[in-house]
Write a protein that binds this ligand. Structure first.
Ligand SMILES: [Zn+2]
Length: 235
């Protein structure tokens, strides 16, 4: 189940005291195509409304729910629209724009990458991923190094930023947090905030040490396979 934002509602229809979404652009949860759904609501009870609509691409039947009705500025009741199954659309990392080091240009480049990915534009996605990587290295390297080729920029990156440091600091933070709980001290007891940070950080550590190396290996193998397939098909 996924919420459908107002920006995806193309047309609404007014019936009795309700303003109801009639035409919606959304990514199909069955085939991942961006399609238009026509919504025909035949029961207006003002609590939960339900209807179904078929994807024009694959024919999959999606369910739509309208809930939590509120009066809008035109005195009509509007609900929040949900679709099931959800679209599996990729969402940007939550709150990424609040990190000052990840500047506005990078946020824009990152959001564009996610958008074209969700549109199924694979070539554009791969180009934008590379562009974002370039943006990231440029945000770290001094101006004099920024005009070198990307491969060279990546080589000199570890000279400018200590890549080991964040992970070691993270591990120490978890250790120190653990000491708070392990050693009795009435003044310094771990609370919800401390525990939440610790679980979050531990998950980053697990991701970094166990998941990330596998993902990198899988991506490299995938790219190698693509290259080999190309050689096979072009003897
Ligand atoms: Zn579909």
């Amino acid at each position: 189940m996924e919420i459908i934002n107002e920006s995806n509602i193309v047309k609404t229809i007014k019936i009795d005291e309700f303003s109801l979404p009639e035409s919606v652009d959304f990514t199909c949860g069955f085939c991942s195509r961006l399609v238009n759904y026509y919504l025909d609501w035949n029961e207006y009870n003002g609590r939960v409304m339900f209807t179904t609509s078929r994807c024009s691409g694959c024919g999959g039947m999606s369910k739509f729910y309208l809930v939590e009705f509120m009066e809008n500025s035109d005195d009509y009741y509007e609900g929040i629209l949900y679709i099931s199954p959800g679209s599996n659309r990729r969402k940007p990392i939550k709150g990424i724009e609040s990190y000052p080091e990840f500047n506005k240009g990078l946020v824009r480049a990152y959001n564009s990458t996610i958008n074209v990915f969700n549109l199924g534009e694979w070539t554009a996605t791969s180009i934008l991923c590379r562009r974002l990587l370039e943006g990231i290295t440029k945000s770290i390297l001094p101006e004099t190094e920024q005009y070198r080729p990307l491969a060279r920029q990546l080589e000199i990156l570890p000279n400018k930023v200590d890549l080991d440091k964040p992970i070691l600091t993270l591990a120490h933070a978890i250790r120190i947090g653990g000491n708070l709980g392990a050693h009795f001290d009435l003044e310094k007891e771990p609370n919800y905030e401390t525990s939440k940070y610790m679980v979050d950080l531990l998950e980053y550590l697990i991701e970094y040490l166990f998941i990330l190396p596998h993902r990198i290996k899988e991506l490299n193998e995938h790219i190698e396979n693509l290259k080999n397939e190309k050689i096979d098909s072009n003897p």
